[in-house]
Design a protein around this ligand. Structure first.
Ligand SMILES: [Fe+2]
Length: 363
């Protein structure tokens, strides 16, 4: 199985992993043979990458922390949560809240996420290919929750606390329900005023939850502080490290990572290994170095099935990734002139060769 950009997919290839639409319905199942009509359908749903099964990628298995089917369900539940949250009206003296039945969905979602992650012990996180950009905010919230659970687990938090961090991570951007969608999805650069309005989502979020008795003080702090930075350069208050608890810092780091590793309407995503470099630089002054160290342990930098370019210019597909040797995966060297001549190379045995870049496969 390997990952292919939808624009490179060919008629007659087979779907490697199920594809879900933005409302969580199965679009194409594993094993379906692609026709022109089906490829057009994938495009219509704004799905940019899919897994395909072919001869060259035989034996490459992809295992994600949360599989596509669960992910689709979780993202749809998250949409319901954000659709149902109520933004208060100061003029009418009505405060915002998350309706009790909706909070129940959040609790169930968190329970399912934690169970999924704990039962899938040795699996590492890699970016899931799923759904169109319309669902971005909901998918992002679920991803941040998954990453926050993995990180807090590595930091040895107990179940109760992991639960609170996960609820906070799911709801961290809830204030976006009060920001116009046109602004969130705007392709052109934002004006200063527009950017300020987007930044307001942290305050808006706090307005929704501050009087909500079902939500803990941990969750409320995550919502209001998730864009604050340790050096005081964040927003909305510009507070510094001593006022930003560790459980908030976890969500902040996971939030940034997921935002930059996903495609947005206004920019292409950054590969995971580059995202980790950015975070590492930021971890010196703005983020938390210790959290970064634990975060990285859970990330699969070169996911099996994706394309890489080696230092000697050869192109390859990642076959196997090892947690202990993240920069030394087992790869399959591609001979584009004759795919049958492709062969496996273990970078553990080839110490002078290293992965230089993640590339999109073009065949
Ligand atoms: Fe945010």
């Amino acid at each position: 199985m390997r990952l292919l950009s939808t624009s490179k997919v060919k008629i007659g290839q087979f779907v490697g992993r199920p594809i879900f639409s933005e409302n969580g319905n199965l679009l194409l199942g594993k094993g379906v043979k692609l026709t022109k009509g089906l490829i057009d359908k994938i495009f219509e749903h704004d799905i940019y990458f899919i897994y395909i099964d072919d001869e060259i990628s035989k034996g490459i298995e992809i295992n994600n922390v949360v599989d596509e089917e669960h992910m689709a369900k979780f993202v749809t539940s998250m949409k319901k949560v954000m659709d149902d949250a109520i933004f208060g009206d100061k003029n009418k003296n009505v405060s915002g809240f998350v309706p009790l039945e909706t909070f129940k969905i959040v609790q169930d979602l968190v329970k399912a996420l934690i169970e999924n992650i704990m039962s899938n012990k040795d699996v590492l996180y890699s970016v899931t290919e799923l759904m169109g950009t319309d669902m971005y905010t909901y998918k992002h919230s679920v991803n941040v929750a998954i990453l926050s659970i993995l990180t807090s687990k590595s930091l040895k938090y107990n179940y109760k606390m992991i639960e609170q961090i996960a609820i906070g991570a799911l709801l961290h951007d809830i204030g976006k329900i009060n920001v116009k969608n046109e602004l969130i999805n705007k392709k052109e650069p934002l004006t200063d005023d527009e950017f300020d309005e987007i930044k307001n989502h942290a305050k808006y979020g706090f307005e929704i939850v501050k009087k909500d008795v079902a939500l803990s003080a941990y969750v409320k702090q995550i919502i209001i502080k998730h864009h604050e930075k340790l050096d005081g350069s964040g927003y909305p208050s510009g507070i510094e490290s001593k006022d930003i608890p560790e459980f908030v810092r976890i969500v902040t780091l996971c939030d940034i990572f997921d935002a930059i590793t996903n495609d947005r309407v206004y920019r292409k995503r950054i590969p995971m290994y580059k995202a980790l470099e950015i975070l590492m630089t930021d971890a010196v002054f703005k983020l938390d170095r210790n959290i970064y160290r634990h975060f990285v342990e859970n990330i699969c930098i070169y996911p099996p099935g994706s394309g890489v370019k080696l230092s000697d210019n050869r192109e390859a597909i990642v076959v196997k990734y090892r947690r202990e040797y993240p920069s030394r995966p087992l790869v399959r060297i591609i001979d584009k002139d004759d795919l049958k001549k492709s062969y496996d190379l273990d970078l553990i045995d080839e110490r002078t060769i290293f992965v230089e870049n993640v590339i999109e496969l073009d065949f």
